[in-house]
Write a protein that binds this ligand. Structure first.
Ligand code: FPP
Length: 249
């Protein structure tokens, strides 16, 4: 590794390790616009988007961030042109296949959050193999929200809890925040400290509705394929200046 590469792996000196977010979530928006600005097909934006996500994962791992959650495919994304949906689903498979070795080397724990049953069977199998293979890794927890919708997640948790109540396994008064959380797709991952959205849109778009109750939000005009290490550094600097009160005075 060159000296410059080693330097990039070290936390920049003006970021305080003790004030880093433990869990970062990202809404990867703007792939289509990035491609359009270059006169390229939208799918080229998604290809470049994967590169941005890989770089962010590496940076988070290098800088000691414990969890990264990325919104890759929403329940609404099925409404895109069939060609684009097919490309995205194939891209997930290709990337999972090509990156799994590297993620094992970096000790990444991969998790997928969403209604996975609706995905193509081959992708479902790859997802469960990747989760199983990386289950005992001790590095960063990398969650890819795929066919994910926050409202759908809450409804699915409600249904699962109601079934337990119906079966007499749970009493209504026993349903607390911890019980509820353990029925979410993101069970065990915890709430994000920082949510980043690219491409300047001021929306949550049905992402992690339960989990972001006290999350700090950072919005940048950068399009997702342009979201690089410097952009992330700026998001962290902004986060470190915030005073988090969690509802207290
Ligand atoms: C939003 O941009 C992006 C997506 C719907 C796809 C996001 C996917 C990735 C970043 C790749 C993830 C890959 C893996 C393997 C996890 P947009 O198409 O909505 O852009 P626009 O708003 O400019 O049209």
């Amino acid at each position: 590794m060159t000296a410059q590469q080693t330097e990039l792996r070290v936390l920049p000196s003006d970021l305080k390790r003790e004030l880093l977010p433990k869990h970062v979530a990202v809404i990867c928006d703007g792939n289509g616009r990035w491609a359009r600005h270059r006169g390229l097909p939208r799918i080229m934006g998604h290809k470049r988007g994967v590169e941005s996500l890989k770089q962010l994962l590496r940076t988070c791992n290098d800088w000691g961030i414990e969890a990264l959650t990325a919104y890759a495919f929403s329940t609404e994304n099925w409404k895109r042109p069939q060609e684009e949906v097919d490309f995205l689903l194939t891209l997930f498979q290709v990337v999972l296949r090509s990156e799994l070795r590297e993620m094992m080397k970096e000790s990444v724990r991969i998790k997928f959050a969403g209604n996975l049953n609706a995905l193509p069977t081959a992708l479902q199998e790859q997802i469960s193999d990747a989760m199983e293979e990386t289950r005992n890794n001790r590095g960063i927890k990398f969650t890819i929200a795929t066919n994910y919708g926050g409202r759908q997640e809450i409804l699915s948790a409600c249904r699962a809890i109601a079934e337990k109540v119906e079966q007499g396994l749970l009493k209504p008064h026993e349903i607390d925040e911890a019980t509820f959380e353990s029925h979410l797709y993101t069970a065990g991952i915890g709430d994000p400290d920082l949510l980043i959205r690219t491409s300047g849109e001021m929306r949550i778009s049905n992402f992690l509705l339960w989990q972001i109750a006290y999350t700090e939000i950072y919005i940048t005009d950068a399009l997702w394929p342009d979201f690089d290490r410097d952009e992330f550094y700026r998001a962290l600097l902004s986060f470190q200046k915030r005073e988090r009160r969690f509802g207290k005075a």
